[in-house]
Design a protein around this ligand. Structure first.
Ligand code: GYE
Length: 376
């Protein structure tokens, strides 16, 4: 018999679309680590087939009844399988199109692999991520996966996970040190992305014969891996070339609204003729900056060169339209590789410590009619 289980209705931040789910076996009832039930993780899919005791079966039936009543995560049913793996995934937020696509990639891959997925969205707050990790430990998930919002402050909770014997895989972002507290990392090489941005600018300056290039940098969340490494890679690529001067780096937190604010403040400070290049750490902030430039009668891509990172559709279209000059790719589609790591790990196989997806850059110096030039 197939038994749909909904732990609760998915909250707004839990998933972009409700995940289907079935459960035959369920873990000891999650008590939210002493929190209110509304704070419990969303149990999106779960499948299992181990012999459960009567209490568990009762719990399953109760939850199934609840699920049917609430119409929660129950959607397109999948066949329950024996020995299902439950993954606890702490997503850091929903700040950008990249993040939304990444959440969907993880959700879809978990479904494809037939894994249960408990997903929590931390709304850009580290404390919420730590709470989510603690709830996964309390629930005794098989593997914890999380995208750390910043690089520091994880020692205690990761030590608790290790003490509970739960392996941790970092996805998308890294942490500083704590090498023995996680098993693997899967995500972009942000330093290489920053270098790609700088290398493009050198090519562009060569092609246009630019001799003095004033750059304003709009940065992502302070102390996050992509912010740190996109900045470092860019600077290293330009180092020693006296044509380039970075006027200022401002924090746009990876948000479109802050990208607008940053651009407005930069224009106030330097004037429309005082900036030659905007280097922005993600497309959301870039799209905000483009709006502000255009509202001020500036043609982005022409009067001010624009370099961005991510590669969402809107940014790639803006590149094709000549409003952006370079899009450094960063794929959000990490779910499939991630779930393969989870599967191999649980099968006792050795998994790579670091996995970087293959990435490149689309630029106005290359053939933009090539069919490979598409956004996510
Ligand atoms: O570039 C940005 C998002 O960590 C790679 O976070 C990710 C970054 C991505 O908000 O759009």
């Amino acid at each position: 018999m197939q038994i749909p289980v909904a732990w609760r209705l998915p909250p707004a931040g839990c998933l972009q679309s409700p995940a289907p789910g079935l459960a035959k076996e369920i873990r000891p009832a999650y008590n939210g680590g002493g929190k209110k039930k509304e704070d419990a993780p969303c149990f999106c899919t779960a499948q299992g087939g181990k012999k459960g005791d009567n209490m568990r079966k009762m719990a399953v039936l109760l939850l199934a009844a609840l699920a049917l009543l609430l119409g929660g995560c129950a959607g397109r049913p999948a066949e329950p399988e024996a020995g299902s793996i439950v993954v606890g995934f702490s997503q850091l937020g929903a700040e950008s199109s990249w993040r939304i696509a990444n959440t969907e990639s993880v959700r879809a891959a978990a479904e494809k692999y037939g894994f249960g997925l408990m997903m929590e969205n931390a709304n850009q707050k580290q404390e919420k991520q730590i709470d989510a990790l603690r709830s996964f430990i309390a629930y005794r998930v098989d593997v914890i996966v999380f995208s750390p919002i910043v690089e520091t402050g994880w020692h205690n909770v990761l030590t608790e996970a290790r003490q509970a014997g739960i392996p941790v895989i970092l996805v998308d972002r890294m942490i500083e040190g704590e090498d023995d507290l996680y098993t693997a990392y899967i995500g972009a090489d942000f330093y290489a992305e920053g270098r790609r941005a700088g290398e493009y600018l050198i090519r562009k300056a060569d092609a246009e014969g630019m001799t003095s290039v004033r750059i304003a940098e709009i940065c992502g969340t302070p102390d996050s891996t992509p912010m740190r490494d996109r900045q470092r890679g860019f600077r290293d690529a330009l180092a020693g070339d006296e044509r380039f001067r970075i006027l200022e780096s401002v924090n746009g937190d990876f948000l479109q609204s802050k990208g607008e604010e940053c651009m407005a403040a930069l224009l106030d400070k330097y004037g429309r003729d005082g900036i030659d290049v905007i280097y922005s750490h993600n497309d959301s902030m870039t799209l905000g900056a483009l709006d502000v430039m255009e509202k001020n009668g500036i043609a982005p891509g022409k009067e001010i060169l624009v370099i961005t990172v991510d590669g969402e559709k809107e940014a790639v279209n803006a590149l094709k339209a000549g409003r952006i000059n370079c899009v450094v790719q960063c794929t959000p589609d990490l779910g499939g590789d991630l779930m393969r790591l989870v599967q191999d790990l649980k099968a006792g196989k050795e998994i790579p410590r670091v996995t970087h997806p293959a990435e490149g850059a689309f630029t106005d110096l290359d053939d933009l009619d090539d069919p490979s030039v598409v956004g996510f």
